[in-house]
Design a protein around this ligand. Structure first.
Ligand SMILES: Nc1nc2c(ncn2[C@@H]2O[C@H](COP(=O)(O)OP(=O)(O)OP(=O)(O)O)[C@@H](O)[C@H]2O)c(=O)[nH]1
Ligand SMILES: [Zn+2]
Length: 335
């Protein structure tokens, strides 16, 4: 179920009405037809860093945007000082319709959705095969978030020099998700970036992964001109990484595609997830839901999928995989 509450980001843009329309016409706020096109690369305490005609411009939301949030990946209309010079501040007056929204709920008990990144195409879930141990439930929860958002997931399995990828890949064989495996040797040989980039070409890809999995190493290999490290001043924001909780969009060096790095994901609240959107990622099972009770979670005794699969229309392993993913919507200790 989608929620359109006070706190969602889908609110219509409200423009404060003029005082009973008594103001003279000339005082009506211009429609900003002259606004320049911008792309939001990061957000830090209300200041948005936008790329406008190749320049890095700092901007804030115009008041007329009301409650509408502006997030990394948004395409926006910007007015004001667009020189990008130090201490200038432009205004974001428009947010273009989003092709996709990756959301999370702050907590599973907290129903308010927050958009993490707009207009992404893919979600790269970075997992180490060892040190730290893979956390399949966290992977599953990331996949659910991706499917719900209509993003194509990509599993990036790092540290294959420490443990084999096969056991983990086995668990995902029936989910239908692409994967790429990397190792220390490959990193050292400079081959990792090339191989991972093949999956990123022309796409806007959000990278998630918990601390220590090698996400920073990977992002640095993919976008070497933007070295990121804890405590080091960031080239784009001019601030230390530890101070930002926002994602950061980095252009792939060939200029086609974006790597969107996110701060360490500790949790991926899934309260907002709609099972019918998750099942879109299982097109072989989807027709089997026709006989389901209304607003079926597809994880309940009356679900029609059991009979559909028993009748031989789809692989039991696929239904098992779907159910495993849907079950992760309930938070457990350790998520
Ligand atoms: N053995 C091995 N170590 C790796 C590999 N990739 C990264 N590492 C190491 O793993 C450690 C963690 O890597 P980071 O890139 O800092 O991990 P991160 O996910 O960004 O973690 P945070 O910086 O804490 O968010 C570093 O010591 C890396 O050198 C790999 O493929 N194999
Ligand atoms: Zn069902």
């Amino acid at each position: 179920m989608r929620r359109y509450g006070k706190h969602t980001d889908e609110d219509d843009i409200r423009i404060r009405p003029g005082r009973r329309g008594t103001r003279p016409r000339t005082h009506i706020r211009p429609k900003h037809e002259d606004a320049a096109e911008g792309f939001v690369v990061t957000v830090d305490r209300g200041r948005l860093t936008c790329l406008v005609d190749g320049r890095t411009v700092t901007a804030m939301r115009a008041r007329e945007l009301g409650r509408k949030s502006v997030v990394v990946g948004d395409r926006v209309g910007v007015v004001g000082d667009l020189s990008g010079a130090k201490d200038t501040l432009a205004r974001i007056v428009r947010v273009e319709k989003r092709a996709s929204v990756l959301r999370r709920t702050a907590d599973d008990d907290d129903p308010y959705e927050r958009v993490v990144v707009a207009n992404a195409d893919q979600l790269a879930v970075v997992t180490a095969l060892a040190d730290p141990e893979p956390r399949p439930r966290l992977i599953d929860r990331c996949l659910v978030a991706a499917f719900d958002a209509g993003l194509t997931p990509l599993l990036v399995l790092t540290k294959s020099d420490l443990a084999p990828a096969a056991p983990l890949l086995e668990a995902y064989a029936h989910v239908g998700v692409r994967h790429v495996v990397t190792s220390q040797q490959e990193l050292a040989a400079g081959e990792t970036a090339e191989r991972v980039r093949e999956f990123l070409y022309g796409q806007s890809t959000v990278f998630v992964g918990h601390s220590g999995v090698g996400k920073t190493t990977l992002v640095n290999a993919l976008v070497p001109e933007h070295q990121r490290a804890t405590g080091v001043v960031n080239a784009v924001t001019g601030r230390g990484r530890h101070t930002t909780t926002s994602a950061l969009a980095l252009p792939l060096s060939d200029g086609v595609g974006w790597v969107i790095d996110t701060p360490g994901v500790r949790s991926f609240g899934l309260h907002h997830v709609d099972p019918s959107r998750v099942i879109n990622a299982f097109p072989d099972l989807e027709p089997g839901t026709a006989e389901c009770p209304r607003s079926c979670t597809h994880d309940e005794p009356d679900c029609a999928l059991d009979a559909w699969v028993a009748a031989g229309h789809a692989e039991p392993a696929r239904l098992y995989s779907l159910r495993r993913l849907l079950a992760t919507r309930e938070r457990r200790e350790g998520d």
